[in-house]
Write a protein that binds this ligand. Structure first.
Ligand code: NAI
Length: 685
């Protein structure tokens, strides 16, 4: 054995214990230990059956992802599973915590599976740009059938053990001691009961095709999804061992693909993002009661997220009508979730029970954390914070959901700026995972830490940022959009820019986004900042001209595009008014319009993002380069499989990137500030 795997005996049952904290990741050392243990079990005539079990809090919760980027070390997982299959005696997988990826494939290679209640199982490989490579695509369909296996693997779905039991992936659930229940289960088994020996349940080709179609569409035809669909279909047409060889070959090709590298980068980036090493040793404050000021779009979304996170929530409004609309939005949300079978009625009722709606500010005296989500106006926000300062209890944390405003200026309206921070949620706040945790100049460390902890408690992804205009996400997105406006002025059309960036993988192009969120938001920001702007800098008037023409986007039926019928649903149509406006805007500046190809549009837009990221890193607004990727992917529709703007920039290599940023500077004109690309290659703490 190795240090990571031990063999213990319970009479005639071998207990093979995997001990690789913290998550028992399936590393080379674990696999070596497993092989040795299985051989010892096989060779010992006293042992009639075995139990595979994890020490600590979980079974194998995944593979060691770092291994996937390197030449794979022997023994590989398929060899371990083959040893289990060939050992001649039954082996039971005893699951608790999580059995994911290679961990669940190992369990599927055993003769039976028993789980402690609360266990989750899944094959999330596709979300990392690969396919299950140790028989998952072949053994799973032998239990659940090909269509269900396609859905399960292609979405990276996780099942709790009750769901897994219902479909036959788990044979027994126990709420008592897992080890003794598994030993008892193993003693009951007579001989091998391998999944490889089962036939694949027959289904119609139409059912398979419809599941495949659905998966390809939902998975945006990404290579891992296509390969997974193909591999699962082999289960019905190829001998088991031939299909395993094909599955492994697909896995080997995909694991070193740029897409899998990008997704692994994000996996680690997201895991690191919520860590803030400067806070080691700091203790968070207790938060049980959250109050939210403002029951609009954001306030009600944050309330839902907090209710789902088991907090008591007070929602406060300035007038009864707005309060009622907010409460109705929350109730409708839960009614929809119950109707769709996503939550049970009891859970929904419990959430609504924990919501208190009020117009009485005195109630805020009880709150441990108050999140302000009123209009984006510094005077209104300062007034709200000054009033809050007179009511909130000592030690309460006061947060603003502002998108752009100066958190220090807001904090200065109180007598306790150390207790103030920004918690910038994204819309819809109950769905979007990203939250920027904005540190003010004097925000206390335990306030930042509590912000991080609360965000995590809501199941969200916090990224700590400094207090700079637009923080990280809006700042980079503005630079990107501004650069796309430069291209409009030079000859590109909004539909060409949008199409090029959608082809790159953005959920929506920047001008479609602008129409959706309303052109007036950025217009108001530009007006409020007019005095501080560099007058010599290049300024594109096109969005202002659209606003002046009353074209504020979807809400007015036109913006960069024309919307007919129900503007919320209609697909924007190209509008000759906009084309004429562009021609005259270019003529006003004596710019000779020229054509743009998709490659140039993508390159310039992405370089603009990378450049702004380098500036933010230099200014310390963001502590790690990879945090930028977490923000852009999770909040701004940057394609996950491209890894984020920093990952994208790194792929270009430092020399090329430097030359390209010099070119970006030339084409951007006056006012462009070039960032130092070396920051993009540093990991940060
Ligand atoms: P909204 O207009 O939907 O809601 C604001 C609510 O605040 C209104 O119901 C209003 O009655 C209430 N309110 C205004 N003054 C108040 C006061 N003195 N006391 C109590 N309630 C008051 O606005 P939305 O979209 O929810 O935005 C709120 C904040 O969230 C803004 O700072 C905005 O920049 C920020 N934000 C908005 C996002 C979005 O996509 N809508 C995304 C991220 C942040």
């Amino acid at each position: 054995m190795t240090e990571r795997v031990k063999l213990e005996r319970d009479g005639d049952v071998a207990l093979i214990i995997i001990d690789n904290p913290p998550i028992n990741a399936g590393s080379a050392e674990v696999r070596t230990g497993l092989l040795a243990a299985i051989r010892e079990f096989q060779d010992d005539p006293q042992l009639r059956s075995a139990v595979l079990i994890g020490a600590g809090a979980t079974f194998i919760a995944g593979s060691d992802l770092r291994e996937f980027g390197q030449p794979l070390q022997e023994p590989q997982l398929p060899a371990v599973i083959e040893a289990i299959e060939r050992c001649g005696k039954p082996v039971v997988a005893a699951l608790h915590g999580a059995a994911l990826g290679g961990g669940f494939e190992l369990a599927l290679g055993c003769d039976a599976r028993i789980a402690r209640s609360g266990t989750m199982v899944g094959l999330p490989e596709v979300t990392l740009g690969i396919v299950p490579g140790a028989g998952g695509t072949q053994r799973l369909p032998r239990i659940v059938g090909i269509p269900r296996a396609i859905r399960f693997i292609c979405t990276g779905e996780r099942l709790n053990c009750e769901q897994a039991f219902m479909v036959g992936l788990i044979d027994e659930i126990t709420s008592s001691d897992l080890r003794s229940a598994a030993v008892a289960h193993a003693r009951r088994l007579r001989g091998k009961r391998l999944l490889r020996d089962l036939p694949v349940p027959g289904v119609t080709e139409a059912d398979v095709e419809s599941a495949a179609d659905e998966a390809r569409k939902a998975g945006k035809n990404r290579p891992a999804v296509l390969a997974a669909v193909e591999a699962i279909r082999y289960a019905a047409i190829l001998p088991f061992d031939d299909a395993l060889v094909r599955e492994r070959a697909a896995f080997q090709v995909l694991r070193v693909s740029p897409e899998a590298q990008a997704l692994r980068h994000l996996f680690f980036a997201e895991r690191n993002a919520s860590k803030f090493p400067q806070l080691a040793g700091v203790k968070p404050r207790q938060v049980g009661h959250l109050a939210i000021i403002g029951a609009g779009t954001m306030g009600s979304g944050i309330a839902i997220a907090a209710l789902d996170g088991d907090l008591n929530v007070t929602l406060l409004e300035q007038e009864v009508g707005a309060l009622q609309r907010g409460v109705d939005r929350i109730r409708e949300h839960y009614a929809r979730r119950v109707a769709a079978g996503k939550v049970n009625a009891e859970t929904a009722a419990n959430c609504e029970f924990r919501l208190r709606a009020t117009t009485d500010w005195n109630v805020l005296a009880d709150a441990d954390l108050v999140i302000e989500a009123v209009f984006e106006d510094i005077a209104v926000k300062r007034e709200v914070f000054a009033r809050l300062d007179g009511i909130a209890k000592p030690g309460a944390i006061l947060a603003s959901n502002t998108s752009y405003l100066d958190v220090d200026l807001i904090a200065a309206a109180t007598s306790r700026p150390r207790d103030v921070l920004g918690l910038h949620f994204f819309s819809p706040a109950n769905v979007m995972r990203l939250v920027e945790v904005v540190r003010g100049a004097v925000t206390a460390p335990d306030v930042v830490l509590t912000g991080l902890e609360v965000v995590k408690r809501l199941g969200k992804l916090p990224v700590v940022t400094g207090n700079a205009f637009g923080f990280v996400g809006n700042r980079i997105f503005s630079a990107y959009r501004r650069h796309c406006e430069f291209m409009l002025e030079e000859g590109a059309l909004p539909e060409q820019v949008d199409a090029a960036l959608e082809a790159f993988g953005f959920a929506m192009g920047p001008f479609a986004v602008a129409d959706l969120s309303g052109l007036d938001i950025a217009w108001r920001i530009r007006q409020s900042r007019a005095a501080t702007l560099d007058t010599a800098a290049r300024y594109v008037r096109i969005p202002d001209l659209l606003c002046e023409a009353g074209r504020l986007g979807r809400k007015t039926g036109s913006g960069y595009y024309l919307y007919e019928g129900d503007a919320r649903k209609s697909r924007g149509r190209v509008d000759s008014f906009v084309h004429e406006l562009l021609i005259s805007a270019s003529a006003d500046k004596n710019i000779v319009r020229r054509t743009f190809g998709a490659d140039e549009i993508q390159l310039r837009a992405l370089l603009a993002m990378a450049n702004e990221a380098a500036l933010l890193l230099a200014q310390g607004v963001v502590q790690r380069a990879s945090d930028v990727d977490v923000v852009l992917v999770n909040g701004y529709g940057f394609p996950r499989w491209e890894g984020g703007p920093v990952f994208w920039a790194r792929q270009r290599g430092s020399k090329t990137l430097q030359a390209e940023l010099d070119w970006l500077e030339r084409v951007s004109g006056a006012g462009f500030v070039q960032g130092d690309p070396r920051h993009l290659f540093e990991e940060g703490s």
